[in-house]
Write a protein that binds this ligand. Structure first.
Ligand code: GLN
Length: 466
């Protein structure tokens, strides 16, 4: 009930696309009964959670924040959603996002931008006088901005996001919550409406590393409905409360001193590196030389997969259907023209261009080769004995909405993914942890990147750092 009240009180954040109040109350009552009888289904029984609107939820509208999917009520739950429901967790709503998860601001959805709860918080209001959150608020980051805002504003204890190039970690960092992008294949993508199938993973957000670890235990594992999933070797267990950092080697990639890195973020990064050193961890500067190519490489591959994925939205199978039916081609074209925003349309066009017979080798194949080099950079560093990499998550704290949407800033905002995208290209686990506030009173997160399928170890280090 408290969470549903918070949702109402924080409506100005525009964090939710739909709220599932009735079902939630019923689920909560059932959970109450089990808890009173001392028979909870598990650690998440009765815990309110929210889900990004690109995960299918049975009989609950699933829009991907697009006109294209208005009125789409899936007949099934995504595997990760079903797993939470099976544990008794209570679904309170579907969260706002960038249309089809394309973006890093949560400013580009058909239901309007999400506002960062920190725009209204005391530290920011005090340290940044003259700001008026009602006329120009701060962005949440994206594309899972609704999920991050929901957790940060206490209307959900746990939220699912999706992470293809940083979409869970980026808003997690800008909204001051813990956000995990698990290893590719550890969590099922069944029912997650795809952006880039070879990079998408469901992401987990909560207010503490312990809570994220509990959710990971519930969510991970082989799913017959997603052939890319793997069964992890270790069985569920709480994180070690005593973790000896003297046993680990922390790598600090020198290429992550990227142009545009803010002084505040740099100083946080330096401070936490020093904290590891002082506590006896081995800290080593490392090199990931192909980092500079990751953004272009990501965008070529993303557009190619998008061009293919968006072909299913033809006006016949689900969602929006244009009234123009003079020919089949015309119906497809006008349906997509009316249904997709310009970001989606641009990516479909670019992807089809990259995949043209005469361009395929030059763009698509080349990008795959570069993806391999980026993956090998990580493999080299990890096989030299490094356990985790410590990096910033974003270049700076949250931008003002008016700055973010300025056309000349659009390309710059792609640069913001520089620290998160390489991880998706390589399929590695990474988590962002809020470390402190910037001089403007806004959260700054740092990212830890781990070896493939060592998500639990990664969380143990994150827990120590928290
Ligand atoms: N910002 C990136 C993009 O627009 C990543 C999005 C994501 O992770 N879903 O593609």
């Amino acid at each position: 009930r408290k969470c549903l009240q918070r949702i109402k009180k924080t409506r100005h954040l525009n964090a939710y696309i739909s709220v599932t109040e009735e079902v939630a109350m019923k689920q909560a009552q059932e959970a109450d009964g089990r808890l009173l009888r001392g028979k909870p289904l598990g650690p998440l029984d009765g815990i309110p959670f929210s889900v990004k609107d690109n995960f299918c939820t049975e009989n609950v509208e699933t829009t991907c924040a697009s006109r294209m999917l208005r009125g789409y009520f899936p007949p099934f739950n995504a595997t990760v959603v079903q797993k939470l429901l099976d544990q008794g967790a209570v679904l309170v709503g579907k969260t706002n996002m960038d249309e089809f998860a394309m973006g890093s601001g949560s400013t580009d959805g058909a239901f309007g931008p999400v506002r960062n709860p920190w725009s209204y918080a005391a530290p920011y209001r005090t340290l940044s006088p003259g700001t008026d959150p009602d006329s120009d608020w701060l962005i949440t980051g994206g594309s899972s901005g609704g999920s991050a805002a929901a957790v940060a504003s206490l209307s959900s204890f746990l939220a699912l996001g999706s992470d293809t190039g940083g979409s869970t970690r980026n808003p997690g960092s800008l909204c001051g919550v813990v956000a995990l992008k698990p290893s590719y294949g550890l969590l099922s993508r069944h029912g997650l409406i795809p952006l880039v199938n070879s990079m998408d993973v469901p992401g987990i957000m909560s207010r503490s590393v312990d809570d994220v670890a509990i959710a990971l235990d519930v969510l991970q594992g082989r799913d017959v409905k997603d052939s890319t999933t793997i069964q992890p070797a270790d069985s569920p267990a709480p994180l070690p409360q005593e973790f000896d950092v003297r046993d680990i080697c922390v790598g600090v990639p020198k290429e992550y001193h990227a142009p545009g890195l803010s002084a505040d973020t740099l100083s946080q990064w330096t401070r936490v590196v020093a904290m590891f050193e002082r506590s006896g961890a081995q800290v080593r500067e490392v090199s990931l030389p192909h980092t500079q190519y990751s953004i272009v490489c990501y965008h070529v591959l993303c557009c190619c997969e998008v061009a293919s994925n968006m072909a299913r939205f033809d006006g016949l199978q689900y969602g929006h259907r244009s009234a123009v039916e003079s020919s089949t081609e015309e119906l497809y074209a006008t349906t997509r023209h009316e249904g997709f925003n310009d970001v989606v349309r641009r990516r479909v066009l670019s992807g089809n261009y990259f995949l043209l017979k005469q361009n395929y080798e030059r763009y698509f194949v080349k990008a795959q080769q570069i993806r391999r080099l980026i993956t090998e950079d990580f493999q080299r560093v990890f096989s030299s004995g490094v356990d985790v990499l410590l990096t910033p998550t974003t270049l700076s704290d949250a931008a003002a909405y008016s700055d973010f949407i300025r056309e000349d800033n659009r390309t710059r905002s792609a640069q913001d993914d520089i620290f998160t995208q390489p991880v998706n290209l390589a399929g590695l686990p990474a988590v962002t942890v809020p470390t402190s506030l910037s001089s403007r009173g806004l959260p700054i997160g740092l990212q830890l990147i781990g070896r493939h399928l060592q998500d639990r170890k990664l969380l143990a280090v994150a827990h120590w750092m928290e």
